[in-house]
Ligand binder design. Structure first.
Ligand code: AMP
Length: 109
């Protein structure tokens, strides 16, 4: 399955639809989940085409480093008190993935 440019997060990256942004750098965007499942529920996505975690693992090391740097900075920004948190990703339809652009869910209660 190829990356589908019409997915919701691609549209957010293209500014075709809005998001509630919490962090952005050259490689990474983080914004609030529309249907939060915790007090803080943020989605963290790479800016380049990448379907899911399996896809991410096939990217080059620099891509992965850049994205994880954005993940680190997002966590630092939204969690200054170092509360415990969940970082999860649904990888594939049968695991509950609905949007096929790589994203981590960051959940803090
Ligand atoms: P997943 O099931 O892992 O693919 O998660 C998709 C997530 O995207 C869900 O938690 C949705 O609530 C969230 N979501 C869907 N559309 C939007 C949107 N336009 N802005 C922010 N979050 C969204």
């Amino acid at each position: 399955m190829h990356y589908d440019d019409s997915n919701v997060f691609a549209k957010i990256l293209n500014k075709e639809i809005p998001c509630s942004k919490v962090y952005e750098d050259e490689h990474t965007l983080a914004f609030k989940d529309l249907h939060p499942k915790a007090r803080i529920h943020i989605l963290i996505i790479p800016k380049s085409k990448c379907k899911n975690f399996s896809d991410l693992l096939n990217m080059d090391a620099q891509f992965i480093t850049n994205f994880f740097n954005g993940v680190k900075n997002t966590i630092k920004q939204v969690n200054p008190d170092n509360l415990d948190f969940k970082l999860l990703t649904n990888n594939g339809i049968n695991a509950g993935q609905e949007i096929f652009h790589m994203h981590f869910h960051l959940l803090i209660n």
